[in-house]
Write a protein that binds this ligand. Structure first.
Ligand code: ZN
Length: 133
């Protein structure tokens, strides 16, 4: 079903400070930022090899990212797996009794179609399925 790790989502309190670390210390260059209004986050994309690091900063205190940081602190928030057909993938995981956060795909950063699986069904990891054109 999945073809690769599309990106790793990391929740940070301050995007600019985090970017300094990633760009200046690790040498991974940011290729763009985007505000995703629906999720109340500002994201930065840092391609590395065949995958990407996605830094996420909350733009509002009731953003899922703000809630995550409040509960667990900064750190890895989700892992996104690339799929070719997200509708089909969602149908398949649903048939297997996997708990979904999103029954239907929605628009993520970069125009991707994304949907989250519930960590209760995935051994504690928030999994994003991600289809790109
Ligand atoms: Zn993501």
């Amino acid at each position: 079903m999945v073809t690769k790790i599309d990106h790793i989502g990391i929740a940070v309190k301050n995007l600019d400070e985090a970017l300094k670390f990633y760009e200046e210390v690790l040498g991974i260059k940011c290729v763009g930022t985007e505000v995703v209004e629906e999720q109340k986050v500002k994201t930065a994309f840092l391609p590395i090899g065949d995958t990407e690091v996605e830094l996420l900063e909350a733009t509002d205190e009731d953003s899922p990212i703000a809630k995550f940081i409040e509960k667990r602190g900064e750190g890895i928030q989700h892992i996104a797996y690339r799929v070719d057909d997200i509708e089909k993938a969602l149908e398949e995981v649903k048939e297997r009794g996997i708990r979904l956060i999103d029954e239907k795909p929605r628009r993520g950063a970069g125009g991707a179609k994304i949907a989250f699986l519930h960590p209760k069904s995935t051994f504690g990891v928030l999994i994003e399925l991600c289809e790109r054109e």
